[in-house]
Design a protein around this ligand. Structure first.
Ligand SMILES: Nc1ncnc2c1ncn2[C@@H]1O[C@H](COP(=O)(O)OP(=O)(O)O)[C@@H](O)[C@H]1O
Ligand SMILES: O=C(O)[C@@H](O)C(=O)COP(=O)(O)O
Length: 424
């Protein structure tokens, strides 16, 4: 079976989000971490391969180079269509890289037009008249206007993308999308003939995204968030049994959290309130050379093996500010990522078989420490938060990588309760 779609995601948890969307559409999906090279193996029998890069905030030339490497590898594996996954809040300033990356992918694929739509209705992201909404607010009125790296002060997608590309950008509006697949195809063709390279489409619902996906089936390059990926995936015929069904359902379970996002803090509080064993890592003590890892492992060995455990560095905004003031922002992050990466390796060595990781950067640190290059994507615990299967190299590890703000407050206990229940 050859690969059908090759996807390039601009960060790791964005990669798990889009991989879950393709799987929801019925396609067997693998996720590859980091720019692939000749030694990167693709798990057998998948329809979609998602390459998760760390390019969202990278300078355009770096993001273009990594994306072209991924595109070449995906084409070599047989992918006829490339999907560029960026954030559903279009995290990208005028100097951002969505325009340059898309232009480079189009040029390498030898094609003149692409369809974009960042809508992701389950997460409240919709596009109307080319304006991106976050629930009931324009993007530029939402909390994203204060994003530390990519403050979004404009919601007009045609204007945002036009600032990043020398090529023409135009809109297919919602009334056209509502008229269906043929109407969208005709509009795409008219835009292409008029010299437009980037066509942005409105979408309010998953049905709109299914129309767009069907209309985009023949385009060599398509771009957007997880919503359009699912719409596109639904336009493909589904294949046979999913090898990810071999996911281990039992074994010791642990959560490692390095995300300080509000939702992760709620999930930590819920786990603690459920009476499950939790340990807070003392980042400042680790920085002074105390053996925080050794202490954590002694604590882990003393826990009831039937129960999932949580080890977290995550801190409230005040605690975080205090640690960062003392260590510096990047030194503090490096310290935490080193701690959580090392702990992940120790826990897996000690027999953990189900590992839930909270935080995008944290997920990168953990997969790197575990030497995991590729996983198969299995069922979702919450929208955009799938279990994945790391296969034989790690002794058959079930891994869940969660973006900081994703998942319901009870995600940790719910996703891992099966283990505790079955073991009782
Ligand atoms: N106690 C702490 N002190 C300082 N930095 C921390 C602490 N806990 C976590 N961090 C850092 O905060 C960052 C959280 O980012 P990330 O893992 O991407 O989560 P999210 O997905 O919520 O953005 C990481 O770089 C992590 O190392
Ligand atoms: O498209 C989305 O909203 C997510 O997949 C995503 O990329 C979220 O960004 P992070 O919270 O920075 O992982």
């Amino acid at each position: 079976m050859t690969l059908r779609i090759g996807c390039i995601a601009d960060d790791f948890t964005g990669g798990t989000d889009v991989a879950a969307a393709f799987r929801r559409a019925g396609l067997r999906t693998a996720l590859v971490f980091g720019a692939p090279d000749s030694t990167t193996e693709l798990p057998a029998d998948c329809d979609v391969a998602v390459v998760a890069l760390k390019s969202r905030s990278a300078p355009a030339d770096e993001a273009v180079a990594d994306s072209l490497t991924a595109q070449r590898w995906l084409h070599a594996k047989g992918a006829a269509q490339i999907y560029l996954k960026y954030c559903s809040t279009f995290d990208s300033t005028p100097r951002g890289n969505i325009g340059p990356v898309t232009d480079a992918l189009l040029q390498a694929a030898g094609t003149a037009v692409t369809l974009h739509c960042p809508a992701s209705p389950p997460n409240g992201r919709t596009v109307y008249q080319g304006h991106l909404f976050v629930h009931d607010q324009l993007l530029s009125d939402s909390p994203l206007r204060h994003h530390p790296l990519t403050p979004m002060t404009d919601s007009a997608l045609v204007r945002l993308l036009s600032a990043q590309t020398p090529h023409r950008v135009a809109l297919i509006d919602w009334p056209t999308v509502r008229r269906g697949v043929d109407a969208v195809r005709e509009a795409l063709s008219a835009h292409r003939q008029a010299g437009v390279r980037h066509v942005i489409a409105d979408a309010l619902t998953d049905d709109d995204l299914a129309v767009l996906g069907a209309a985009a089936l023949e385009l060599p390059v398509v771009a957007g968030a997880a919503g359009l990926a699912e719409g596109l995936g639904r336009a493909y015929p589904t294949a046979g049994p999913d090898p990810a069904d071999a996911l281990p359902r039992q074994g010791r379970a642990a959560v490692l959290a390095g995300s300080c996002s509000a939702r992760t803090l709620e999930q930590i509080a819920q786990f603690y309130a459920a009476g499950l064993p939790s340990l807070h890592l003392d980042v400042l003590a680790a920085a002074t050379g105390r053996d925080v890892i050794g202490e954590a492992m002694t604590w882990y060995d003393a826990q009831d093996p039937k129960l999932p455990v949580l080890v977290y560095a995550s801190a409230s905004p005040d605690e975080l500010a205090a640690v960062q003031a003392q260590l510096g922002v990047s030194e503090a992050a490096a310290q935490v990522e080193e701690l959580l990466g090392t702990l992940a390796s120790r826990l897996v060595e000690r027999g953990v078989r189900r590992l839930l990781v909270a935080g995008g950067e944290t997920s990168g640190a953990v997969t790197t420490a575990l030497g995991i290059r590729a996983v198969l994507v299995a069922d979702e615990a919450d929208p955009g938060v799938p279990w994945t299967y790391a296969g034989a190299a790690t002794g058959g590890l079930a891994l869940m990588l969660k973006s900081g703000n994703f998942g319901a407050p009870d995600l940790f206990t719910r996703a891992l309760s099966a283990t505790a229940e079955e073991a009782k």
